[in-house]
Design a protein around this ligand. Structure first.
Ligand SMILES: [Zn+2]
Length: 416
């Protein structure tokens, strides 16, 4: 049985964490399609090249390193290199650097894979522009209209951010991989939630990803002097947000399941002065479930509740649906294979869905896919104190390697 060298993975992850590290809050600021993100990508390409991979950056900034026989369908190991603002050092990067470590093990042991293996550090997964640009480009889930119109929360256009990075939206549509050129896609990722730790398991064998919708909600009232406007004569937009926040648990109880989630992640009050009644409140609303019908019921209920709250506070309610991603299910044969390998390695594991979106979800319709989780300490992620124990990183990486070898050497059939 072959094993990864955890010290090399550890070294790589610490080096990568330097790109965008902020000593003040100890967070990593490496948002997609920024200068520091591109610097990190160039560093990763150097590591790919140093390990004998045929390396290139594609038209959206995905960095790709490939080993082996060019004529057969490839096994892709992919995860992302960008971070949220003040993110941690494992989210995404783990899957890329563990993939590279698998390559090192193969080369050191003179294993010639029957299928080419490609490690991909994907571009802009964290949704600065409202999607998962890199994985969408690779899987053919992009359209030009979106590329032209997508903007980040500060108003910067995707096309401008790409241009600053030396990329062109016209090239984005050429990144698509022919499904016939793919054998499988694998991803190793931190759980980013508390379940594995609580259940005292090292490995999550993920069978699906929750669907997710994102709304930008606007409640519009009237900005007034906070001293002169009587309490009963106000159209205070923040009061609408506050009322709605209190309705969330009821909406989930009535329309949702134990896998449902609803979150207000950002609120902007306008004009945003201490002595002025907020005339407008803009907020994000993100909903999730494993069942698309349930998602629809939750969304409908949010709309009704917001309308009635708006009436009560004399506000205008508007919303824009920024995205709607349906739930995704991984290939049963590949999920079984991962479970079997975890068993053979003697690791504690459980099957589970993923509440968070991941690059791999875009490949479920075109090729066999498998996602492996390792525990996040305290369930913390997207924060500076995101952490996973090195022993868990090692076991997750060994499981990735074992699964990769089974597929690369045609030991099992995973075709659906
Ligand atoms: Zn991630």
């Amino acid at each position: 049985m072959y094993s990864v060298n955890i010290e090399r993975i550890e070294k790589d992850l610490y080096e990568l964490a330097n790109f965008g590290f902020n000593p003040k809050d100890k967070g990593i600021y490496r948002q997609g399609l920024t200068d520091i993100d591109m610097q990190a990508r160039r560093w990763v390409m150097q590591q790919f090249e140093a390990n004998g991979l045929k390396t290139h950056m594609d038209g959206v900034g995905n960095v790709c390193g490939r080993l082996g026989n060019p004529d057969k369908p490839a096994i892709i190991i992919a995860s992302h290199l960008d971070s949220v603002p003040a993110g941690g050092m494992f989210d995404g990067t783990l899957g890329v650097m563990a993939g590279l470590e698998c390559i090192r093990v193969l080369r050191e042991n003179n294993i010639e894979p029957k299928h080419p293996i490609e490690i991909i550090g994907t571009s802009e997964e964290e949704g600065r522009f409202g999607g998962m640009l890199g994985a969408q480009a690779l899987s053919g889930n992009l359209n030009f209209q979106w590329l032209e119109s997508a903007r980040d929360p500060k108003g910067e256009y995707l096309k401008d951010a790409m241009q600053k990075c030396g990329l062109d939206i016209h090239d984005a549509l050429h990144c698509r991989r022919d499904p016939a050129s793919l054998k499988a896609v694998l991803e190793l990722h931190i759980e980013q939630g508390p379940v594995l730790e609580k259940q005292q398991k090292t490995i999550g064998v993920v069978d699906g990803i929750s669907g997710v919708f994102k709304w930008l909600v606007k409640l519009k009232g009237k900005a007034d002097h906070a001293g002169t406007a009587p309490m009963d004569m106000r159209s205070d937009a923040f009061m609408g947000v506050a009322d709605f926040a209190h309705e969330i648990s009821r909406i989930i109880d009535e329309e949702g399941t134990d896998k449902s989630r609803l979150t207000i992640g950002r609120v902007d009050l306008k004009p945003g002065y201490a002595h002025t009644i907020p005339g407008e409140a803009h907020f994000t609303l993100v909903g999730r479930d494993m069942n698309e019908e349930v998602m629809q019921q939750i969304a409908n209920s949010c709309g009704k509740v917001l309308s009635s709250i708006a009436r009560k506070h004399k506000l205008r309610f508007e919303y824009e649906q920024m995205s709607w991603l349906e739930p995704k299910f991984f290939s049963p044969k590949l999920v079984d294979l991962i479970e079997q390998q975890a068993k053979e390695l003697g690791y504690s594991y459980m099957r589970m869905p993923s509440g968070a979106g991941h690059d791999i979800q875009f490949f479920t319709d075109i090729t066999p896919t498998g996602l492996i989780f390792i525990p996040s300490v305290g369930g913390v992620s997207h924060a500076p104190d995101e952490w996973s124990h090195w022993q868990d990183v090692e076991q997750g990486s060994n499981l990735l390697l074992a699964t990769l070898l089974e597929i690369a050497q045609d030991k099992v059939s995973i075709d659906q």
